[in-house]
Write a protein that binds this ligand. Sequence first.
Ligand code: KIV
Length: 262
Amino acid sequence: MKKWNVAAIRAAKGKTKLGCCTAYDACFARLADEAGVPVLLVGDSMGNNTLGYSNTLPVRMEETLSAVAAVSRGAKNALVVADLPFGSYQCGDDLAMANAVRCLKEAGADAVKLEGGEEYASLIRRMTSAGIPVLGHVGMMPQSVNAYGGFKVQGKTPDAAEKIVRDARAVEEAGAFAVTLECVPHALASKLTKDLSIVTIGIGAGPDCDAQWLVMHDLLGLNDNVPKFAKKYASIADNVRAAFSCYVQEVSDGIFPPKSDS
Ligand code: KIV
């Protein structure tokens, strides 16, 4: 298998649909990579999935860098994308540039992702001009949960749909190699996928996108409850609970470790 790069992701548009997912540590990154997942996103969803926060907002740059470095060590062929956490790119473009550079230079990411459309186009342009591949993210942007007043499907009214179209175009024109479409009406995602030259990666955006995201903890069934649009391909949580409880029982019953002469 060859290492995925942004040129190969771009070239897949219209040819191969890509099943991509998040990863937050070296162990699961290695397993996903060995299974052929082309893109591993070190999502700020690590906030909910591994760090125990109630949403993505508290995730710190240092936590992102540590997770990106672990995923980069675990993945040989997947493209590793660092999701810039809340506050790391909203407080000025120089700080945003410095943080994006750290993701590639210190943590080994291949690209960065950031949430935002028209308003972030000049920053995306600056990053791509500096050789930092950028994956955009429009539609429902979880870092704006407080502005929305909850996690809500975006783009339902004609004006809101038009804003998402403008955002996606701005991200494309700024040089992003792909754009995440999160929780947007399926017809809108379908139209954007046809109209844009860059790869669309949907999550809760229907089947017509060029690629899909799933959060790894949803995909593997590590989370008991998953969003309606997600699919559990395994029920790991049940196996993990059963293994822990069997271990505790065997130690308490004197079964493990077994008696032996040495
Ligand atoms: O952090 C995340 O999990 C995301 C999704 C779009 C996959 O941004």
